[in-house]
Design a protein around this ligand. Structure first.
Ligand SMILES: [Zn+2]
Length: 289
């Protein structure tokens, strides 16, 4: 009996480790979605909702975001279906340190030996496996496999690789080191300014008026909304597919057309909506709700 109980406990522990329950997760995180070309050398290789972006170059590739551990096999399949190799990835980075964007990173780094770039302010979180962030200043235990960051990045720094110049923009609030990336991509005589934007959404348990481990959170969010309202982009992409309405803009099998993602107005409207939500939170917090 004891042996059976122990065996059951061991099995449960294995299942738990393989699939860490994570706040806010939805079935769409784990749903496969076929990879496709967005514009030029930029491809969507993520799951139905967890965006991962592959930027290909003759010297190897850049991958932004890796989703949950379950996402790795889907990302690999997507990359291969587009005619590229996972092992050619040389540069890794992410829009922020939450599990839904970096929990597959350690595995992909192990498979590729790529160099990991991360905004300075989210580096400790990534290297600690999400143990500590401003919601959990005393730690909550690792929620994903820690990733060694090879290069800390600051606001405005450029990640240059294989002729690609990716500018990192500090957009704090959602995490201290939340990051948007911009780059120019020329295609068919046009140059598109592409933004992979970390939108300023607010997670459960966050008080935007101030957190003990993030006293400047109010100003951080305000600065992000201001900076994003001034950000000039043509093609709008984000950390989650739902945030930039991917599924209303593109269905699997649709022909290649970068213009379907040109949505500067949609981007600025989304920033305004998130800013309004932030003000609602501020008001409610000030009323003591
Ligand atoms: Zn997040």
């Amino acid at each position: 009996m004891l042996a059976r109980t122990l065996a059951f406990l061991a099995l449960s522990a294995t299942a738990f480790c393989q699939r860490i329950p994570y706040a806010g997760e939805t079935p769409e995180w784990y749903q496969p979605f076929p990879g496709f070309r967005i514009v030029g050398n930029l491809y969507y290789v993520g799951t139905y909702d967890l965006s991962s972006y592959l930027i290909t170059t003759p010297q190897g590739h850049i991958l932004i975001n890796t989703g949950m551990p379950d996402s790795v096999a889907m990302i690999r399949a997507n990359i291969e279906s587009l005619g590229f190799k996972l092992s050619d990835i040389k540069v890794l980075t992410a829009t922020h340190s939450h599990a839904d964007h970096v929990a597959g990173m350690a595995e992909i780094k192990r498979l590729t030996n790529a160099k990991m770039y991360m905004l300075d302010a989210d580096t400790d979180a990534v290297e600690g496996g999400g143990n500590i962030d401003y919601r959990y200043p005393n730690g909550r235990g690792q929620v994903y496999t820690p990733v060694k960051v090879d290069q800390r990045v600051k606001d405005g720094d450029k990640i240059t690789f294989g002729g690609v110049e990716l500018t990192a923009h500090s957009n704090p609030g959602h995490t201290k080191g939340a990051t948007s990336f911009t780059m120019n991509i020329a295609e068919a005589g046009k140059t598109y300014r592409v933004g992979i934007v970390n939108m300023g959404s607010i997670n459960p348990g966050v008080k935007v008026s101030g957190m003990p481990a993030y006293p400047g959170i109010r100003e951080a969010y305000a600065r992000t909304f201001h900076d994003q309202s001034e950000m000039q982009i043509d093609i709008w992409l984000a950390s989650h597919a739902a945030q930039f309405n991917l599924h209303s803009k593109y269905k699997p099998g649709d022909p290649y057309d970068p213009n379907r993602f040109v949505d500067s107005d949609g981007f600025h409207a989304a920033v305004k909506r998130l800013e309004a939500t932030y003000h609602e939170h501020l008001e409610a917090e000030q009323k003591g709700n």
